[in-house]
Design a binder for this molecule. Sequence first.
Ligand code: GUN
Length: 293
Amino acid sequence: MQLIDGKAVSAAVKEEIAAEVQQLLAEGRKRPHLVAILVGHDGGSEAYVAGKVRDCADCGFKSTLIRFDDDVTEETLLAEVNRLNQDADVDGFIVQLPLPRHISEQKITEAIDYRKDVDGFHPVNVGRVSLGLPGFVSATPAGILELIKRYQIETAGKHVVVIGRSNIVGKPVANLLMQKGYPGNASVTVVHSYSNDIRAQCLSADIIICALGKPGFLTADMVREGVVVIDVGTTRVPANDTKSGFRLKGDVDFNGVAPKCSYITPVPGGVGLMTRVSLMQNTLLAGKKSLYP
Ligand code: GUN
């Protein structure tokens, strides 16, 4: 069993990005600039955005955090999105989700100029990526693919089972792995809450991507020897032995499943760190105007 080390890979990717930023600056080009909009004071969102700002500093990007109170109107938020769309100094921006209930996340997402949509949530990017065209790939699927690449895990002809069908993980990662090329050319099955026999599907899988958000869901009896397991779960469970008062728990019963795996990602230290670094990769692409010249 080999542990897929998201910490090492994400650190290496960050260093590569930082080196490329130095190269850009040496060529007299602009320092990439990421803006994050944070509405309200949700603990999870605060922590995620703080992480993004730190990652920008590590990569040599400029970053700006724009805050609104949770009673901000949709109109005000849309106006800010439009302002950022037009600000030539801003290469990419994100609106941290979830938003308060009185604001339509869909409306905000669609208002973002897709050329600055480094989250890859805009329908133009989702559509282009699913067609196999250049576009911003959302961070978690991009991070999963990066791990598969860096560990040279074979995907051609393999049976991949994706557990969960969310718009930000399950659907795009299934789509990407069935596309032509590497990592791709896989036969992909997506299972979800209405699927009849998830265990039987998993038992025939070469690669399982677990992204349903149920701690410990995938157990040893559901996997065969030699399987590759990618755990996307990051549920916060209370803990009295950590500074924050919680710990992250994956969707995989790690202790039971890991001994049967050829490769497995830990939680924390796996996909989560790659998700963070993928946003930085997208910001670099945005700064270089690589996808949409
Ligand atoms: N909330 C949870 N994950 C994400 C993400 O990747 N992007 C944004 N904008 N909000 C999130």
